[in-house]
Design a protein around this ligand. Sequence first.
Ligand code: ZN
Length: 240
Amino acid sequence: MARHLGFQPEQVQDPLFGRMGNTGAAFPLMLLAAALEEGSPDQLLLTVSYGDGSDVLGFRTTANIGQGASGLGVSGYLDSGQVLDSYETYAKWRDVWLTDSSSRRPQAQSPSVTALWRESDQNIKFHGAVCNQCGYVQYPPQQVCVECQARDDSTPIRLSDKLGTIFTYSLDYLAGTVDTPLAVVVVDFEPGGRVLCMMTDRETSEVKIGLQVEMSFRKLRVVNGIHNYYWKAVPLRGGG
Ligand SMILES: [Zn+2]
């Protein structure tokens, strides 16, 4: 298609299909982010998508292109990926081989969509609350500060981009999960705040008290067509 439009091969970006797979609706925007990572000032970029319809977005880069980037970026996250040890593991993760639902007792219930909406600040944005009186951080946000008992006096704080440390953990070999053993960790965050969550993308031997972790947004499961997302801890990526 690019050739028909008169572009030279060097003007067309690596589509990353082989490394990233097809990420669906996010795909063109992830390619745009990857292009911006390698871009230089005063370039013209075209983001073109097609599927159920088509969008064409045009951008001109400025001298500020190198600013404002945080995190590993698309290339950094791709580099931090791990190769699975066997097709068996892949088949379990992709629900080709249904181990999760068959071992789960009782069966997973549909999440309440009203509860998902009501709790989206804490579950999707991963907001805790910092007390305006004493600075104590709580997750999930509470009406009363457990430290100084101030009432209704806190400010949301985003914990998703904060570094954490494993305070304690358990490894569950009987849990109905594709990721046996299920690592459940208690994470203390740098600005304060303590969260109980699952840990993923880890070797079992890595899970230790004191390990530095970061948070990663994951799809937990789909029950009756309702997608349920939450945050999991992962070992610090990119060599930290
Ligand atoms: Zn307080």
